[in-house]
Design a binder for this molecule. Structure first.
Ligand SMILES: NC(=O)c1ccc[n+]([C@@H]2O[C@H](COP(=O)([O-])OP(=O)(O)OC[C@H]3O[C@@H](n4cnc5c(N)ncnc54)[C@H](O)[C@@H]3O)[C@@H](O)[C@H]2O)c1
Length: 322
């Protein structure tokens, strides 16, 4: 028996002491029977009156509730914006979301061959792929880029703050410029993008922000004072925004990968990489696709918020003699 939405509200509904956000709707079947139903918050901004779907009964601490799951048949599609999405981990994340029916916006500093290849691969999966040129370290560029992204894609459901750089050297040789460049892209970039995207998500009724940190932000590493500080800073940013934005239905989570098979890790001198691999429980590099799958899982699992998830083959539990 089919049900359809007769009327709904997207107002956030904080139910003390178990604050939660969801859409409340009156749904109706062909016989005119009506029920009050909850619609999960991931459908914020995606449902409208008349949308058909199925109902299920769920048990909560408040008793039995009716839940309505809209049948959207892929439309309208959710949108993910990935900074630094042209290559490496960002490209894998973009493709993973495309595989799951998201339209994708890649925000990167330069539209090069790698960006074109990634855009083509995304379109090959049957979804829309957009490119916006953006330097995440500059407010003017970020604000303009996010504005363009919303114009092109219509909405932003997920922001992945992935753009990152390294300028590795020992403290003695690290210049002020080395420090500033890395902090500006890796940490200030995530702050600026979150600041620009937050009003869009708030208006839509929710969203998810994923910050790509690093195990180096948890463990530290010689010759990476700037990088390590930027990635540790992302953890503080994640925890604060997770608390601050939760009332608007926005979740914020940090992912902390170990060395992954991309241009960034392959730039590490080979003896250092060999030594690293000798010390970790599973001696290989993380595949970018493995990180992408975790990012997608975090977006789909609505209980995850304000945490830092290492994906590191056991690096954070290893010691110099492990
Ligand atoms: N590769 C690893 O071992 C590893 C491990 C842990 C965390 N990470 C993090 O994962 C993220 C992606 O790393 P990757 O290995 O894919 O790196 P990568 O160098 O292959 O890709 C980085 C992307 O960011 C873009 N970018 C750089 N500066 C930018 C700016 N100012 N504005 C917009 N885009 C910019 C680049 O053009 C590129 O597309 C980074 O934040 C990195 O710190 C990487």
């Amino acid at each position: 028996m089919g049900w359809r939405i007769r009327i709904f509200t997207e107002l956030l509904t904080p139910v003390e002491p178990f604050k939660s956000t969801y859409i409340l709707a009156i749904v109706e079947n062909e016989q005119g029977e009506r029920k009050i139903a909850r619609i999960p918050s991931k459908y914020f901004g995606l449902v409208s009156e008349g949308v058909e779907g199925d109902i299920t009964e769920e048990w909560t601490v408040f008793g039995k509730v009716t839940v309505f799951i809209p049948r959207l048949n892929g439309y309208p599609r959710r949108v993910v914006l990935v900074t630094g999405g042209s290559r490496g981990i960002g490209a894998s994340i973009s493709l993973e979301f495309a595989k799951h029916g998201f339209n994708v916006v890649i925000a990167d500093i330069m539209r090069d061959e790698e960006a074109e290849k990634t855009l083509e691969a995304i379109r090959g999966l049957g979804v829309e792929a957009y490119y916006v040129e953006m330097d995440v370290s500059k407010w003017e560029s970020v604000s303009k880029g996010i504005g363009e992204a919303v114009k092109l894609a219509g909405r932003i459901d997920v922001l992945v703050n992935n753009a990152g750089i390294t300028r590795d050297t020992y403290l003695e040789r690290m210049s002020e410029d080395d420090w500033n460049k890395v902090l500006d892209v890796n940490l200030k970039g995530a702050f600026l993008c979150s600041k620009a995207v937050y009003p869009v998500m708030k208006k839509q009724g929710g969203g998810v922000i994923i910050n790509i940190s690093s195990i180096i932000g948890i463990l530290g590493n010689p010759a990476q004072a700037n990088y390590s500080a930027s990635k540790a800073g992302l953890i503080g940013l994640t925890k604060t925004l997770a608390k601050e934005l939760a009332p608007y239905g926005i979740r914020v989570v940090a992912i902390a990968p170990g060395f992954a098979k991309t241009r960034m890790a392959l730039a590490v001198p080979s003896p250092l990489l060999q030594e690293y691999l000798r010390r970790i429980p599973i001696p290989r590099l993380v595949e970018p696709e493995e990180i992408a799958k975790l990012v997608f899982h975090v977006v789909e699992n609505e209980a995850l918020n304000g945490i830092v998830i290492p994906i590191d083959l056991g690096t954070t539990i290893s010691s110099p003699i492990a």
